[in-house]
Design a protein around this ligand. Sequence first.
Ligand SMILES: *[C@@H]1O[C@H](CO)[C@@H](O)[C@H](O)[C@H]1NC(C)=O
Ligand SMILES: *[C@@H]1O[C@H](CO)[C@@H](O)[C@H](O)[C@H]1NC(C)=O
Length: 286
Amino acid sequence: MVKLETKLRDRYGLESGGAQRPDGLVDAGWATCRGKRSINEDTCYCAFHKDDEGQDVGAFGVFDGHGGPMAAKFVRDHLFKNLFGHQHFGSNLARAMEDAYQETDGQYLELDAEHQRDDGCTAVTAVLLGQRLVVAHVGDSRAVISINRTAQALSKDHKPNRADERGRIEGAGGAVVWAGTWRVGGVLAVSRSFGNRMMKQFIIPHPEIWQDVITEANRVLVLASDGLWDAVDNEEATQLALKWRAAGAEYAARALCMEAYARGSQDNITAVVIFFLPPTQQQPQH
Ligand SMILES: *[C@@H]1O[C@H](CO)[C@@H](O)[C@H](O)[C@H]1NC(C)=O
Ligand SMILES: *[C@@H]1O[C@H](CO)[C@@H](O)[C@H](O)[C@H]1NC(C)=O
């Protein structure tokens, strides 16, 4: 593992980091690796802030670029700002999240006034307000949570061949065509994303939202780009992360990237791991 880790760091840009909620009950870490490609179009977000009422807010995201890294970086830098500034952030987080996705997409398209770019990115984001978790996504970056001993996907990949997505695209006058995989207009292998100006009437930035309260049954949440999910399934990802729990979330995120790489994933790989620690395991406070 150490040898692979050194090789990934030196040759494939394995990077990682982490953040802990001040109460010590949430440990989050991220890792990204550009795999066998030369530029990393994936990026991520992983931080805790205080909201206006002084409550701790955890914000996490994985953004997988296509056609260039610009959209992924822009969305990483603006999506949570838009979310935190939203008038309903404290009262209706799901609604605020939906609006923040749309607003950020609009800002990205506006930024490029000469219409030179046509890149885009997927997003899977999670916001933890107290114990309330809201997950949103566009595209095929995925969120998976452990419930007791099983893994459950909290997002359903936006693939062009998903029946409802295909219906929506065809209804808007588009076509879903087989070209190595199912693609919108024979080009794009996701049916929703940020950016992608030329296909915006089909490639919408509207997120699907999942929300619930984190309980003792939930131990880990994994957000990752398809570079991970192409090589590691939902169950394996949560099990592997939990196996490294004692080493911390940053290390667990690195372990996930390394596992996907060792299994031959050719893509950018980015993972965010969030451990929820039961209060009983809290360090005694003196
Ligand atoms: C990342 O993945 C995207 C999508 O597969 C690809 O277009 C891009 O070239 C890759 N870049 C890297 C850094 O792999
Ligand atoms: C998880 O397990 C506990 C204890 O066995 C049980 O009470 C609870 O209903 C389970 N939760 C879920 C969501 O399955």
